[in-house]
Write a protein that binds this ligand. Structure first.
Ligand SMILES: [Zn+2]
Length: 323
C-alpha cells in the first residue's frame, strides 16, 4: 500500500449523492438504520465512481497494489456502508449504526481487488483501537443536510491504514525473511510497524499473497546482483546508473505494482549508509498523485481532453453543497 492522492470527486458521484442521500436520510428518519428501505438505497449509485477510481489508482488495488485491469472489480467502502463490524482480537462484533451516510462519499471509496475486499478479509470490517470510542453515528431525527461533525473522523482511532490520509510506509514494511542468507536467495515478507499496520495486514490478508510479490521482486533482485558486480569491479558509474534505473522502474513509476515492497526491498539491499557511500540517487517514498491522463475513450470515440482541476484538492465531501 502506498499513499494516494485521488483528486477531486467526479461530478457523476456528486450528482448521485445529491439524488440519493436526501432519500437515505428520509428512510433513516422513518425506518431507522438497518431497515430494508435504507439498505436498498445504499446498494446503488456509488458504482459511478469506479472508472475514475480505476484510472486514478493506475488500475491497482488501493490496498495490496496488485494490478487489476478488469472494471468489474469492487468499489470498496473503506468505512462500511452497512453491517459494519469491529474485530477485537479476532472476535467479530456487529456495529449496527455505522456508516450508512458515507455510501456516496468520495473520500470513503477505493478501487479494490476481490481478495482484499472479500468476506473473511476486509469485507464489512472496520476495527478501532480497543478502549477508544467509535465516531458518533446520527440519531433520529437527522437533519438534511447532515451536520459536518458526522464527516469528521479525526478522533476515531481506526486500526486500518487509510491510503488517503495515512503514510502507509510508516505502518507497513517489507523485510527479508532471513537477512543473513545470501542476497540472491532473499525472500520478503510484510510486517506491521504499528498496531494499525499489523491489523491492516491481518484484516486484508496481505500475507496470503506474499508469493506474488516475491515473484515480482525477482527481477529487482537479479538486477541488484548486477549492481554488486559493478561495485566489486569498482565500476561506480555503472552501479549508480543501474540503481537509478531500478528506482525509476520499480519505485517512481506510478503504473508499477507493489511499489511499497520495491521501496523496502531496495532499502534492505542498499541501506541509506550504503547508498550514500556509493553516491547512489535518492530513494523517494512512492506516492500516487492523481492520474491526469485523459480517461480512455470508449471504443470508436476520441479521448476527451483532461478537464482543468477545480483548484480544490479537498476530497472529503461535505453536506451543505455536498461537495
Ligand atoms: Zn488488493
Amino acid at each position: 500500500m502506498i499513499k494516494l492522492d485521488l483528486g477531486p470527486e467526479p461530478s457523476k458521484l456528486k450528482d448521485k449523492r445529491e439524488e440519493r442521500l436526501p432519500l437515505a436520510i428520509q428512510a433513516f428518519n422513518v425506518h431507522g438504520h438497518g431497515s430494508k428501505e435504507l439498505n436498498e438505497l445504499l446498494d446503488e449509485g456509488y458504482q459511478v465512481a469506479r472508472p475514475t477510481l480505476l484510472h486514478r489508482q493506475h488500475s491497482k488495488c488501493a490496498f495490496c497494489e496488485n494490478l487489476e485491469d478488469h472494471e468489474s472489480r469492487p468499489v470498496e467502502h473503506f468505512r462500511p456502508k452497512k453491517e459494519a463490524h469491529d474485530d477485537m482480537s479476532g472476535s467479530v462484533i456487529a456495529v449496527t449504526s455505522h456508516y450508512w451516510w458515507l455510501a456516496w462519499t468520495w473520500s470513503n471509496l477505493y478501487f479494490s481487488c476481490i481478495q482484499c475486499n472479500k468476506n473473511g478479509n476486509k469485507g464489512s470490517l472496520f476495527p478501532i483501537k480497543a478502549g477508544t470510542s467509535r465516531a458518533a453515528a446520527p440519531t433520529k431525527p437527522l437533519a438534511d443536510p447532515i451536520p459536518d461533525s458526522f464527516y469528521d473522523f479525526s478522533a476515531e482511532s481506526a486500526l486500518l491504514v487509510d491510503p488517503r490520509t495515512d503514510e502507509p510506509l510508516d505502518h507497513l514494511q517489507w523485510i527479508p525473511v532471513k537477512r543473513t542468507a545470501p542476497r540472491a536467495t532473499w525472500r520478503w515478507t510484510i510486517e506491521g510497524l504499528s498496531d494499525k499496520g499489523t491489523e491492516t495486514i491481518r484484516i486484508f490478508g496481505l500475507k496470503d499473497r506474499i508469493d506474488r510479490v516475491n515473484g515480482y521482486l525477482e527481477g529487482l533482485k537479479l538486477t541488484a546482483i548486477e549492481i554488486d558486480k559493478h561495485l566489486a569491479a569498482a565500476r561506480l558509474d555503472e552501479a549508480r546508473e543501474v540503481f537509478t534505473r531500478l528506482v525509476v522502474q520499480y519505485v517512481n513509476n506510478a503504473s508499477s505494482p507493489f511499489r511499497n515492497a520495491a521501496y523496502w526491498a531496495l532499502d534492505a539491499l542498499y541501506p541509506e549508509a550504503a547508498r550514500s557511500a556509493h553516491g547512489f540517487c535518492a530513494l523517494p517514498r512512492p506516492h500516487v498523485t492523481e492520474n491526469t491522463d485523459p480517461l480512455p475513450a470508449p471504443r470508436g470515440k476520441k479521448a476527451k481532453k483532461p478537464k482543468a482541476r477545480s483548484g480544490s484538492s479537498k476530497d472529503h465531501p461535505r453536506p451543505g453543497g455536498q461537495a
